[in-house]
Design a protein around this ligand. Sequence first.
Ligand SMILES: *Cc1c(COP(=O)(O)O)cnc(C)c1O
Length: 371
Amino acid sequence: MIPFSDLKLQYLSIKEKIDAGIERVLASGWFILGSEVEAFEEEFAAYVGASHGIGVGSGTEALHLALMACGVGRGDEVITVSHTAVATVAAIEATGARPVFVDIDPLSYTMDPSHLEEKIGPATRVILPVHLYGQTADMDPILVLAEEHGIKVIEDAAQAHGAEYKEQKAGSMGDAGCFSFYPTKNLGAFGDAGLVVTSDPVMAERLRLLRQYGWRERYVSSIKGFNSRLDELQAAILRVKLEMLDQWNSVRREHAALYDTLLEGAAVATPVEMDSGKHCYHIYAIRSKHRDELREFLRARGVGALVHYPVPVHLQEAYGDLGYGEGTLPVTERVAAEVLTLPVAPEVTEEQIRQVCHLVREFESTRGLAR
Ligand SMILES: *Cc1c(COP(=O)(O)O)cnc(C)c1O
């Protein structure tokens, strides 16, 4: 078995520190929005290079609250991509705004800025690029267009903890950056957790109100908010793991480099790392014309090969009302039909990666596909 990730193994590698953090919280008797959360907010914002961090309940809620903090609501439009986790679009819909999809770049799989301007209209409030798979979107042209049109930019950095664009960390470039700490992310909690970073003090203040009933002081709501809080146990765990993040990301990058080398000349396309950035390989996605067969071949041999994501959001039944039919986002649709995710988590060993690559070669030679 070569699992996609092994969170138990990861826990055991840092067990003492994690257990100490958990015990500290249990002994404190304080469980929600306390000193651990405050410390983590500061440490994570500093890591990203932003002035403020606001801990919330999940990555989806981080996006939802950041959109609300920009004043997004019914009648507004938010431009994003369809090749993403459905959470990105769910967060937009939760505000009452309408998601508008732009196609992706065929090499980076992130928002193609050359198609962006034609999507901007009078109702556009926010551009929401997704740093997919651990690689940032091409931010400069996005930020320039947003500035020209007086639109805010919110980064979906849920897959990009520690990724860089021109030496700036993912999440630090737009008006706000949204992170998820879902257990399998590059930085993962032991449950749901999320955080928004921003360097705009007004935005930060609004987010702090929004996450807890709009309370400026206890029981006194100055705006309409709701409940999306980060708890002390998750924050204590995340503080321990944040210390490991750079090391874990470099192992992911080494794994990716090994895959690149071992798959050279194979009939699959390996991921392309843009010159402008530093990929953190949340996901190592190859492309194959025979994706479904290859996936079955690998899974039958115990390899945790997954597809991110098999059906683009605009073609999902739930989002049919948005009116995007088949063929409206051709690059997105082609990529969704061909991508296959191979195990790249830090706990995966070099030997396992060699085995996976060997199996890919075996698949190709049995089907006469080898180049
Ligand atoms: C994981 C993820 C989210 C949502 O995060 P949750 O914490 O699961 O709510 C949003 N966007 C992207 C791109 C993600 O990968």
